[in-house]
Design a binder for this molecule. Sequence first.
Ligand SMILES: Cc1cc2nc3c(=O)[nH]c(=O)nc-3n(C[C@H](O)[C@H](O)[C@H](O)COP(=O)(O)OP(=O)(O)OC[C@H]3O[C@@H](n4cnc5c(N)ncnc54)[C@H](O)[C@@H]3O)c2cc1C
Length: 431
Amino acid sequence: MSEKGVSYMHYVIIGNSAAAIGAVEGIRKVDKEGRITILSDEPYHTYSRPLISYYLASKVDEDKIIYRELNFYQRNNVETRLGCKVIWVDCYNNEVILESQERIRYGRLLIAAGGKPFIPPTEGLGKREIYTFLKLDDVKAIKNVCTSGARAVIIGAGLIGLKAAEALRKLQVEVTVVELANRVLSAILDETAADIVQKRLEEHQVSFRLNTSVSSFNGDEKVSSVTLNNGSVIECDFVIIAIGVVPNTGMLKDTPVNVNRGIVVDSYMRTNIENVYAAGDVCESYDTLYNVQRVIPILPGAYKQGEAAGQNMAGGEVEYEGGFAMNSIGFFDLPMITAGIGRPEGEGFEILEKRDGQSGSYKKMVFKDSRVVGFIYLNDIDRAGIMTNLIKEKIDVSQFMNEILKNDFGYINFPKDYRKQKMLGQKVVST
Ligand SMILES: Cc1cc2nc3c(=O)[nH]c(=O)nc-3n(C[C@H](O)[C@H](O)[C@H](O)COP(=O)(O)OP(=O)(O)OC[C@H]3O[C@@H](n4cnc5c(N)ncnc54)[C@H](O)[C@@H]3O)c2cc1C
């Protein structure tokens, strides 16, 4: 209630990361007055999660990883309750329940609780110095045990595991990565690309054990070695589990909110329950390439979904148009961008590849029905932006497909009509 007795909407947001911040900015586009409360179990100002490995490597300080300036909450008139965990959503009474048993009433609720690490049950899991790699608190704890010459085992050669490996090597920690698949980054790279990335990491003394996993953590109270499926043992001082991330939907147990792998939402980011919305890594969103709803855990998607949710919570009508998996990362100065379907399975795909042994670059384009549906760019990421647009706008590339991997390829190779529309800033509608 305002001083003048006007009652304002109370927006409650669970989470304080990309999707939550997108929601605050979305709400404020429509509603300048409503009350916004952010609830987060992390005690920190909003920060950019992809930067935690750089913080661990001491490449950036804590004040450089913030996702919005320090006066963000004040400027947007947001109340924050940091370091407080939501344990249940009482959709019947429009309330969220905190660990302290306090109840907070909402007018509209956004669940932007992101992901949590997937940890398979493994013998010896409860031992000390077994970490995950998702939160600032995780890397702060890891930083304390990163003495030069310490030995780490990282389980998982996905994006998070390899970013952790890179950071640890910069701190002179000995690193062995254990991966169940037959190659690194198996979710996004084919064998050729994975081989290049693995070699670059090996040049920096990261060791790999592929095609296997950890069957037990050994030691007294603290982990001192791991046993692999094949029986071999790796001595270590600490372990990082980076197998994968799953939507953080625990607070919805025994609620009527539809949860599949992630929270189920429509294109307005509404759940099946009135006044309850979800956005970011916690929910399933529309994948424009596979034409399905699925969890696509990337930061720009989380922000955009949050922004759309925020506007809709405040009375707007904004559809989230969907997206596709995309990663722009690098390891030891080997840049790479992948998008969409980089490892096609099934019929109907066409592939163009180009590998330059001298520069160490590798490019692969995947097409279906004369449209680009994915690419892998390694060590030469020029024009990746153009390729992303081709995917997004579903442009028919049949007229210039064979030019696409040439060094001088650019918008000049596009049909005249397309260029004209681009110059006029119009959205291209492909038939
Ligand atoms: C090491 C690393 C590197 C990454 N690199 C990239 C990259 O290069 N590019 C990219 O696009 N993406 C990257 N990602 C993924 C990206 O960080 C996520 O997609 C993005 O942060 C998702 O945002 P979100 O707001 O949905 O959730 P999250 O960032 O997961 O945030 C969830 C929030 O909810 C809070 N919360 C959860 N449960 C509760 C509860 N019960 N009560 C209260 N609060 C709760 C958490 O504290 C947190 O603030 C990376 C992730 C990691 C870990």
